[in-house]
Design a protein around this ligand. Sequence first.
Ligand code: OFO
Length: 161
Amino acid sequence: METNRLSPSLAQALNDQMTKEAHASQIYLSYGAWADARGYDGIANFLFRHAQEERNHMMKILEYILERGARVKVAAIPAPGADPTSVQDCFEKVFKQEIDNTKAIYTLVKMSLTEEDWASWNFLQWFVKEQVEEETLALNLLDKIKIAGGEKAKDDVLYTL
Ligand code: OFO
């Protein structure tokens, strides 16, 4: 008897999304380490906490795949890429990362809709909502750095930030 409740393509796409969340976590870890090395403890702390959140997102997807009786395939996580060149660059990269992730979530939602897999569609709505929050958070960071002087922000202002 077939107990797998996910289509092979959706199971694969959800597994890929797990890797994307793990990748996002590594990216935020690397940015956090970069900020900490420059003495921006508050920014580093924010990025480390965000890294943990991305890992939680990965676990949420992993648990869902298992709940639906499909196979979890843990894949290699790509390296995070180059360090930011400034705090402004860091926040821009965070924003871009979240936009890319939103696109990936929307692709999954579309797949679940096409397949009429309403359980997956419902599960994915949590991520749709979460992405609105995360994009807003990233936009707020960009607003703050703009007020602080953007690329010209002085070290004491960045420290306070
Ligand atoms: Fe930054 O968000 Fe995960 O899904």
